[in-house]
Design a protein around this ligand. Structure first.
Ligand code: NDP
Length: 285
């Protein structure tokens, strides 16, 4: 392997330690950051994510309030709960774990969250703010990708960045963030013609495709930086990314592993957003 490994666990741990200090300062000023985590139904993967978020809150000093609702909960009941949390001054951030059961309209639920408490950064007001360069919450996985690059001292300005995937939660916001960092950004998707030709131009590749080991080393130029957002299972059931790690590591200058790359950063950036929300709502500059 010639590539240097970008250790997401280590970078996430240092972000969490920085946040722990910030929370101690907030507490000294009488503010305890509060995060409401709402889980509807018994999706086991969601339960794991929610538990990891609670653990991170505990470590940093954020008070987490858990709302575990049955899958049969009516949409109106969930909307009512969000309404109450919007008005609760001890709650600075509200997170609704997705996916929601099929009878609920996710967009309607996200719209209900007060944008100043939308720590997932999914509310259209925050998405719009990102695209026109205003302050707002940036969704956690894309923000984590940028932190991985910056904290590994990888220059983004002027670089050819290729994002593979155009979803609302990863591909599009990460593209906007790279643009904000002055990269030249190309977004690829399932209709892209000759993906390999596009990838070969890339200095930095962000893979968010959702297909195990989709990007192979032969598709990269020598020295490219590879950030793998994917979380998949391979044919043996082992966790893997959207990048074929072995072959890409031979070509790349830097690469993230799966697990231990982008994954831990998502939670660290959620914690960052919670602390930001508490700081903003506490009127602290
Ligand atoms: P989506 O399924 O919403 O989007 C996948 C994107 O990949 C789409 O834009 C799709 O194009 C594109 N795509 C599909 N096939 C191809 C192809 N053959 N060539 C080029 N592009 C293609 O996935 P998400 O963005 O939600 O997630 C992507 C991955 O990231 C998943 O593995 C997911 O598990 C992981 N993930 C990880 C997180 C973390 O914390 N680390 C958080 C969120 C997601 P089109 O739009 O044309 O259909």
């Amino acid at each position: 392997m010639s590539a240097e490994l970008i250790d997401g666990k280590l970078i996430a741990a240092s972000i969490k330690d920085e946040l722990k200090e910030k929370v101690a300062n907030l507490m000294a000023q009488g503010i305890t950051p509060g995060l409401a985590v709402i889980l509807v139904g018994d999706n086991s993967a969601s339960q794991v994510y929610v538990n990891n978020k609670k653990k991170a809150c505990e470590y940093i000093g954020i008070k987490s309030f858990s709302y575990e609702l049955p899958a049969t909960t009516k949409e109106a009941e969930l909307l009512e709960l969000i309404e109450a949390l919007n008005g609760d001054q001890t709650i600075h951030g509200i997170l609704v774990q997705l996916p929601l059961p099929k009878h609920m309209d996710e967009q309607k639920i996200i719209l209900k969250i007060n944008p100043t408490k939308d720590v997932d950064g999914f509310h259209p007001q925050n998405v719009g703010a990102l695209s026109i360069g205003l302050e707002g919450f940036v969704s956690c996985t894309p923000a984590g990708v940028i932190q991985l690059l910056k904290r590994s001292h990888i220059d983004i300005a002027g670089k050819q960045c290729v994002v593979v995937g155009r979803s609302n939660i990863v591909g599009k916001p990460v593209s906007m963030l790279l643009l904000r960092e002055h990269a030249t950004v190309t977004i690829c998707h399932s209709r892209t013609k000759d993906l390999t030709a596009v990838l070969r131009q890339a200095d930095i590749i962000i893979a968010a495709v959702g297909i195990p080991k989709f990007i192979h080393g032969t598709m990269l130029k020598q020295g490219a930086v590879v950030i793998d957002v994917g979380i998949n299972r391979d044919e043996t059931g082992k966790l893997c990314g959207d990048v074929d790690f072995e072959s890409c590591a031979l070509q790349a200058s830097y690469i993230t592993p799966v697990p231990g790359g982008v994954g831990p950063m998502t939670i660290a950036m959620l914690m960052y957003n919670c602390v930001l929300a508490a700081t903003n709502q506490g009127g602290i500059i």
